[in-house]
Design a protein around this ligand. Structure first.
Ligand code: TXA
Ligand code: MG
Length: 337
């Protein structure tokens, strides 16, 4: 089956099947959010614990009231400003929302994706009575999220039905803002950054607390390649790479500095030069991580990113990747989620 058109995707969704769809952030594994059987397909395919909630994708702000029991003014303001776009809102759930969607929590996560194919599919679904698509990232639990159709096929096989929307424009998952509590909180940073959100919220959201609601993306070990991965400050990267090679390790390096800038200290390293600007960096990060991982080296060294707000999304994903990586080399000792 592999690449499918909208009509085929719609037919599969109406039959409670899951299909992979492009969004502007990453590819999603979509199913009818009103069907417990359809959501069970997602959990089975991903190998994800059924207590983890999924994001419901909707056609726009007018859908908020169908999924949330209460739509605070801040939610409407954010949806109006940033939807369609890489922003997920966590709101108190409406009573009819399935436990399979919320993981049994009293909140529901909602997002309107900014991709023409996803929006066209959501509109077509709405006409058929499916007013939301549950869609976690289209990867097996704990793996790096897919940003191309080829990545999805690497996760679920070449026969898996995928709508091909090209390479994702944003490249990392949406920013998640929790509006269900007393004050807005960012549960997961993304490319819509804190400073931009604060223009609408009139209040800088708090950083994600250690005890945030269950967000699988907030588990320490997530978005992880199979190869061990270490973050290294830019100034020590060439020396660290050289030392690894000296020890006889095969390494891949992902850095904003080029091999030439590293004074060619590491001719034996496989080297990927990443863009120096956050949006361009995020767009290619997962693709480069997958490529580096596929080489099955002993170690991936990644240049640590600046501690500034505009880098918060990629920094967060790399920290988790570093924590969870290495099942290929350390599978017995590593606690995978
Ligand atoms: O960009 C994205 O958000 C992508 C695309 C496909 O839309 N989706 C995505 O889904 O990243 P997933 O399932 O891989 O991550 C969604 C996160 C999970 O960490 C989940 O725990 C969290 O959203 N989430 C879902 N419902 C929630 C809720 N009610 N409260 C808190 N977190 C929730
Ligand atoms: Mg995910």
């Amino acid at each position: 089956m592999a690449a499918i058109e909208l009509a085929q995707a719609l037919a599969l969704l109406l039959a409670d099947e899951a299909v992979a769809i492009p969004t502007e952030t990453v590819y999603g594994l979509a199913a009818n959010a009103r069907s417990a059987a359809a959501i069970a397909r997602i959990y089975a395919l991903k190998g994800r614990p059924s207590t983890h909630p999924v994001i419901v994708h909707v056609t726009g702000a007018d859908a908020l009231g169908r999924w949330a029991s209460h739509v605070p003014p801040a939610a409407l303001a954010l949806a109006t400003a940033f939807w369609p776009g890489p922003l997920t809102l966590v709101l108190p759930r409406a009573p009819a929302v399935l436990d399979a969607v919320t993981g049994g929590q009293d909140t529901v996560a909602l997002r309107c994706p900014d991709h023409p194919l996803a929006l066209a599919l959501l509109e077509a679904c709405a006409l058929q009575g499916i007013d939301g698509l549950a869609a976690p990232s289209a990867n097996r639990f704990g793996h790096v999220s897919p940003t191309t159709r080829a990545h999805v096929e690497a996760e679920f096989g070449a026969d898996f039905p995928v709508m091909d929307g090209g390479a994702c424009r944003v490249g990392i998952e949406s920013t998640i803002v929790d509006l269900s509590g007393a004050a807005p909180r960012i549960l997961r940073p993304g490319m819509l950054d804190r400073a931009t959100l604060a223009e609408i919220l009139h209040l800088a959201p708090q950083a994600a607390a250690k005890d945030a609601p269950r967000v699988s993306g907030s588990l320490a070990a997530h978005y992880a390649p199979a190869t061990a991965l270490q973050l290294v400050p830019p100034e020590s990267l060439p020396a660290r790479a050289a030392a690894c090679i000296e020890q006889g390790l095969k390494i891949a390096v992902l850095a904003r500095i080029s091999r030439e800038q590293s004074q060619d200290a590491t001719p034996k390293a496989r080297w990927w030069s990443l863009p120096g600007e956050p949006a361009a960096y995020a767009q290619v990060l997962y693709a480069r991580l997958r490529e580096a991982d596929a080489l099955a080296q002993d170690l991936i060294l990644v240049e640590a990113l600046p501690e500034t707000v505009d880098w918060a999304g990629p920094r967060d994903r790399l920290a988790r990747a570093a924590h969870g990586a290495g099942r290929r080399t350390f599978s017995s000792s590593n606690d995978r989620h």
